[in-house]
Unconditional design. Structure first.
Length: 402
């Protein structure tokens, strides 16, 4: 190996693994799907659900009001903003759709995006094209991979451009797109900018002011190590001052003041729905607290583990590593020739190794450009070990041996 992962003090790594019960029984390399939750998150979830059973759901939520408020503060700290700019929603896709619905699109309006955007986002764009007559324009990639900010600028200069939207880290690749450079282009052109940070939060430093974005979406379950079914949306002061709000605002996002009038809630709360899974909200807060305590060391180790994993996998016959870009994160994707990735995923799982698989529908443009129809995705995190990587690669080698 030409590089070695960042190695924290053994006591630190031992503490991370002690806090992660799932480490005892399996090698979890599916953190880009849903990471293993640390013990403090699991305990928080269990306590609140127990409390709901003891005193009632509404009553338990009122009792936990201070901790719920703290969740907003923690998430805001994580992405470099204020609590009033954070909306808590069911997941990153809901957050993305809420942001899109804040625009009154008309026929001929233009959305500039990338060839690597998340498939659900691409489907939303296409739905807007079909229903509202919006034109979807995808910027060119750089030769090394990832969107070309200059191409974004050329396309976004068209006066019909209403929005630029970028997936910072695609779901089916280790690519890290230059979201900050795109943000600089959008700021110069004064075009609203939406960033899908679903795969970035928890493995990368996120600062909405450095990105210069107007909206940013995130989820709890991936590298942040929170529960499934909860996410968040950042909304800039600029958008709030313009009066932006989602198409289907509900009674959490606004007050019904007169038979034919309503008043928007202050801050990003207008993008929320009234009904919350409060245990998940509290779990999101605890996961964010844990991530802040781990700090940058977690992301550095995850990226270094991924770099070692790429080297190990590239040495296997018939394996093709597909990740591109100047920066490559803690997501490793491979094509395994004649083998179906979904089948390999299940066979590895039976041996105690968790991975994920993607097919053409998960990234039509990207998959076609790489000549792949099915890929295996392995995504380590800071609590994984080098021995686990070696064991996972050995298990895969045995499965694909001729």
């Amino acid at each position: 190996m030409t590089s070695r992962p960042f190695a924290p003090a053994s006591a630190v790594l031992d503490a991370w693994r002690h806090d992660t019960p799932g480490c005892r029984d399996r090698i979890h390399l599916n953190n880009a799907g849903a990471a293993l939750m640390p013990r403090p998150v699991l305990d928080t979830l269990a306590r609140h659900v127990q409390r709901e059973g003891e005193i009632g759901g509404y009553e338990a939520a009122e009792e936990a009001a201070a901790a719920v408020r703290e969740t907003y503060e923690l998430v805001a700290w994580l992405v470099g903003t204020a609590a009033r700019n954070i909306a808590v929603v069911e997941n990153a896709t809901v957050a993305f759709s809420q942001a899109l619905s804040a625009f009154d699109f008309h026929p001929g309006d233009r959305i500039v995006t990338t060839r690597a955007d998340y498939p659900s986002n691409q489907l939303m764009y296409l739905s807007l094209a079909r229903r509202c007559g919006v034109e979807i324009v995808r910027a060119d990639d750089l030769p090394v991979g990832g969107v070309d900010p200059e191409s974004v600028g050329q396309l976004a200069r068209d006066p019909r451009t209403r929005l630029v939207a970028v997936s910072w880290v695609p779901t089916n690749s280790g690519l890290v797109q230059d979201a900050a450079a795109v943000g600089g282009v959008c700021a110069e052109l004064e075009v609203p900018y939406l960033v899908d940070a679903c795969q970035a939060v928890g493995q990368m430093a996120v600062d909405v002011h450095e990105l210069r974005c107007d909206y940013l979406t995130g989820t709890g379950r991936k590298f942040l190590r929170g529960p499934r079914g909860i996410g968040f949306l950042y909304v800039s002061d600029r958008m709030l001052e313009r009066g932006a709000f989602p198409l289907f605002v509900d009674m959490r996002g606004a007050d019904w003041t007169d038979p034919d009038a309503f008043r928007l809630a202050d801050g990003a709360r207008r993008f929320e729905n009234w009904e919350f899974a409060y245990a998940l909200v509290l779990g999101l807060g605890e996961a964010t607290r844990y991530a802040l305590a781990v700090g940058s060391a977690g992301g550095e180790r995850a990226w270094a583990l991924a770099a070692e994993l790429r080297e190990r996998l590239a040495a296997l016959p018939s394996v093709r590593v597909l990740d591109r870009g100047r920066e490559r994160c803690a997501i490793v994707t491979i094509d395994v020739g004649r083998h179906d990735a979904a089948d390999l995923k299940l066979r590895l799982r039976a041996q105690g190794v968790n991975t994920s698989s993607s097919d053409r529908d998960d990234g039509v443009l990207d998959m076609e450009a790489k000549g792949a129809t099915t890929v295996l995705r392995l995504s380590p995190h800071y609590y994984n070990t080098e021995d686990e990587l070696a064991a996972a690669v050995q298990a895969l080698a045995e499965l694909i041996r001729p």
